[in-house]
Design a protein around this ligand. Structure first.
Ligand code: NAP
Length: 488
């Protein structure tokens, strides 16, 4: 094996040095059944973490050259005899071919590292299936969430968590120790019934992002169609002008800020709805409806997508003057002015509008970048609760207000110009203002002292007309119950 990354000491290994609970794991002999990609990476990592490794293969002679020289590669039965902890690095379909080893495997710990190709592929998890084939063994599910690449890439990169479950606490502890020595963070997922859930994890594609992505795509499609009708279809039908060249850049660039702005307001709208619900019911102990719960949980992803669209809008806007169509239009305007002998084209109001529009846009993008950076787990973990809520809540709301100013300076007086109502459709920016302005207005109302005080009391546990159950002994010595209002 080449030295490379794996020759360097592992972070986890270093951090566990001096921890007496971990000492017995290092130096232990670990068995690996199988000689494929995962077995190879696992063996390399185990060797580098100080374990003795014995690999069990159907064809040890052919496979030995693929493993580090410190690892012993032998026949399956031989390997199993030399160790008590064996990683089963073969696919579920081949588990039954290991049944000949049942006698030598009896009483040993088998670590099931397997994954499936589909979510809930089989009725029982792979680990439960392995346990049913080898009832005399103790099966631990683990390591399936780390890839062969993560195992190879050493301490610097890759997922650090190893999810572990088993019905046997001692076996689970031993495997957790091995994971720690290898530089991973073991996470106890409970008993074997969690195996199915653990096996499904590597198959899920961005589960937390699904709803926000569909939301962003839905908004993009709606605004894109709306802008297309106003900017391209309307001039084509009404004035027979071909403006289809606008589709790739201009229409996209007027759509992106609409999505970014509305998405940003959708980060703060569920908080407003939650506050309304708390004020209405006079308690914080009533569960929100499921859709609101889901919405609250997806705010981070919605905010990040808002930032993504805003960043794209900035890049598109910077590129606008590079387009050939823009140059032609500039020259055309200059020629027209020369023909009309117009010398002064300076419109003071337009100049100021543009300066303010750009400036607030840049500030809004800067604030959104700050929100995006602080939502990264490594940064968020370094902030205390007050700092995090100041940035995400206060600065986030300021970003929404500044984005509203950006939108208003863009629209200026266009909402009052009847030429702007193409096919009687109002300018797009007036539509985008609806949700953000509702959120801003609601926040202003909530900051009124009478409402703010009530909300604060509710969030500290006060409840409207709360009744407390009490139990009194009766004259006969029996207990009778009743209710009284805590407010009295
Ligand atoms: P692989 O490269 O195809 O290796 C599978 C190994 O299984 C073979 O090299 C073979 O070794 C052994 N085997 C034992 N009995 C077998 C049989 N009857 N037919 C064929 N092969 C047999 O697969 P892998 O990528 O290492 O994956 C192994 C296990 O790790 C799978 O359960 C997989 O889900 C899991 N896993 C893999 C990764 C990854 O990144 N690759 C990540 C997480 C989990 P011998 O010929 O030496 O016996």
């Amino acid at each position: 094996m080449s030295g490379g990354d794996m020759a360097k000491p592992l972070l986890g290994h270093q951090s566990m040095e001096g921890d007496p609970s971990i000492a017995p794991a290092a130096g232990r002999t670990i068995g690996v059944l199988g000689s494929g990609d995962f077995a190879r990476s696992l063996a390399i990592r185990l060797v580098c973490s100080g374990f003795k490794v014995v690999v069990g293969s159907r064809n040890p002679k052919r496979k030995a050259g693929l493993f580090p020289s410190a690892a012993e590669v032998t026949f399956q039965a031989e390997a199993v005899k030399k160790t008590d902890v064996i990683f089963v690095a073969v696919f579920r379909e081949h588990y039954s071919t290991l049944c000949d080893l049942a006698d030598v495997l009896a009483g040993k710990i088998l670590v099931d590292v397997s994954n499936n190709t589909e979510i809930n592929h089989h009725k029982e998890s792979n680990a439960e299936y392995l346990a049913s084939l080898f009832p005399a063994c103790t099966v631990v599910k683990g390591f399936n969430v780390v890839s062969a690449w993560t195992l190879q890439s050493g301490a610097r990169d890759g997922n650090k968590q190893v999810l572990i479950c088993s019905n046997n606490q001692e076996a689970k502890r031993i495997v957790a120790e091995i994971a720690q020595v290898m530089g991973f963070t073991p996470v106890d997922m409970g008993c074997m019934s969690s195996a199915c859930e653990i096996e499904n994890i590597p198959l899920r594609l961005l589960p937390a992002w699904k709803i926000p992505i569909f939301l962003a795509l839905g908004l993009f499609l709606c605004f894109f169609t709306y802008n297309l009708v106003r900017q391209v279809i309307h001039p084509y039908i009404r004035e027979q002008k071909n403006k289809f060249y606008k589709i790739p850049v201009e229409v996209v660039n007027t759509t992106l800020p609409c999505v970014a702005y509305v998405m940003l307001s959708l980060v703060y709208l569920p908080g407003v709805l939650a506050a309304c619900s708390q004020l209405y019911y006079g308690t914080k102990y009533r569960r929100f409806p499921d859709w609101l719960d889901q919405w609250l949980q997806h705010r981070k992803q919605i905010g990040l997508l808002s930032f993504f669209c805003a960043a794209l809008h900035a890049v598109y806007s910077l590129c606008l003057p590079m387009r050939r169509s823009h140059r032609y239009q500039l020259i055309e305007t200059a020629v027209k002015q020369a023909v009309e002998k117009k010398m002064n084209i300076w419109v003071e109001e337009e100049v100021w509008r543009m300066e303010i529009y750009l400036s607030v846009g840049i500030i809004a993008l800067g604030l959104l970048s700050l929100l995006a950076i602080t939502s990264l787990p490594s940064i968020a973990n370094s902030l205390n609760w007050r700092e995090f809520s100041f940035i995400q809540s206060t600065l986030g709301f300021i970003a929404l207000v500044i984005s509203t100013l950006h939108t208003l300076t863009y629209g200026w007086s266009r909402a009052f110009d009847e030429n702007q109502y193409k096919f009687y459709l109002p300018p797009t920016y007036t539509l985008t203002l609806l949700v953000p302005c509702t959120v801003i207005l609601a926040k202003v109302v909530f900051s009124l002292p009478c409402i703010q005080q009530r909300l604060l009391r509710i969030r500290r546990g006060w409840e409207k007309g709360r009744y407390v159950k009490f139990v009194l002994p009766s004259a006969t010595g029996e207990y009778s119950s009743g209710e009284t209002s805590s407010n009295v």
